[in-house]
Design a protein around this ligand. Sequence first.
Ligand code: SAH
Ligand code: SF4
Ligand code: F3S
Length: 485
Amino acid sequence: MGHNHNHKHQDIATEDKVIKEELQGDVFFKEQMLTNPNRNGKKFYIESYGCQMNFSDSEIVAAILSEVGFEPTRDIDQTDLILINTCSIREKAEETVRKRLQYFNSLKRHRPHLLVGVLGCMAERLKGAFLEQEKIVDMVLGPDAYRDLPRLVATAEDGDKGMNVFLSREETYADINPVRLGGNGISAFVTIMRGCDNMCSFCVVPFTRGRERSRDAFSILAECSELFANGYKEVTLLGQNVDSYKWDNPETNQKVDFADLLLMVADIHPDLRVRFTTSHPKDMTDKVLYAMSSRENICKYIHLPPQSGSSRILKKMNRTYDRAWYMERVEAVYRIIPDCVLSADIITGFCTETEEDHQETLEVMRLSNYYMSYMFYYSERPGTLAARKYADDVDMETKKRRLEEVIQLQNQLSLEHNRQEVGKIHKILVEKDSKRSDLELCGRNSQNKMVVFPRQEAKVGDYVWVKITDFSQGTLRGELVEKPV
Ligand code: SAH
Ligand code: SF4
Ligand code: F3S
């Protein structure tokens, strides 16, 4: 159990899903910046919190700023402009941002010309309140307003504060070629749609990100092709609900749905892996599953959040499916793609949740056999349907105890999952040096399981074959073998 304990802490850290991104890949930046004809000698520093959409947006922001000559830096002491791309999903996520703002404030005291901008979901949710309460903030921009950043930076340089939190029905930043921040040069996120039209009663996203809209499929294909041409081997298509992607080709009047898009991206090249997130159980069709099974390079992994296993709670959550529907979708996944791996998001202690409801969630976890889950206790968000209609009536102790049980079960499921892999051979995309030793590399298999193996002749970006020899809850270890015939 001692060994499990460590993992528990790790899981609680990921539980918060609030990640701080340091800018990496300086070499890549430098190349890009030295050739930037617009350089103005000024630098920006950006930190991102929240979901992958936010990380992807920060790359769009970097592109917009580089157009007007700003250079990215990961050194906060050398920057002219600090941007923080924020998340509102849970109260804790907002607290983290507030703490960072206090820190930025302390920097600003000694550097009067330093500018601070708040971007993303919290900017959208709190709007002008930021400028009033957090006096150090110079600009506030919502997720659809990033094209306005250069103007607001110029305004701030003149000493005036500015805000743009306009939510658009059209903006997809389709024409902007993101400046890849961080990352390994192998794997990139590509946003295919923005906003969300679902109204899950617990969720702020529809308020912070606005209406759902799909991006032009040709611009997605162009971006993915260019990534592949630049050495990338994996793209992850992003949206809050990718299964409702829809786009009309204006030239042919053809309708492109998510399954069609997946095939189009997969057919760029067999060596370009395609992943996606998030799938909504109500919209995930068999057509998507058949598309996945028809291409080796569409990864056999689906993030399919149930949120709860109780039909009564699902109804209150306004997820628009019940337990039976969810389990039918899970069965379809395993029937159509037998080697597929599933992961989940789970909320414990939602309004009125009883012990029986909670047991049903545990049951759905067992039946679905998730490889991993992001697990949270319910955090009431101002303005949401649930906040307006239901009392947040499960006490904190119960929420946390149920969360702990969910985490314990997930740990068992993950360990069992990995135990089954011993002796099997997997195709791995080499992603980076292993954290523990420079004699080792790591990468994931199609099912998104992380595998560590001796470096030998392998290089980052290669596909290699690894036979699994050992496992823990979070990783597999193995040895390089010849490609099986
Ligand atoms: N579009 C995705 C979810 C995006 S938000 C989907 O529908 O699955 C990521 C996760 O945060 C959600 O799946 C949910 O599990 C969690 N979450 C959202 N709002 C929350 C809240 N108010 N309290 C706790 N967890 C929440
Ligand atoms: Fe939030 Fe639901 Fe939309 Fe996901 S589908 S972003 S949980 S409203
Ligand atoms: Fe957070 Fe906004 Fe994403 S609220 S989870 S950053 S869409």
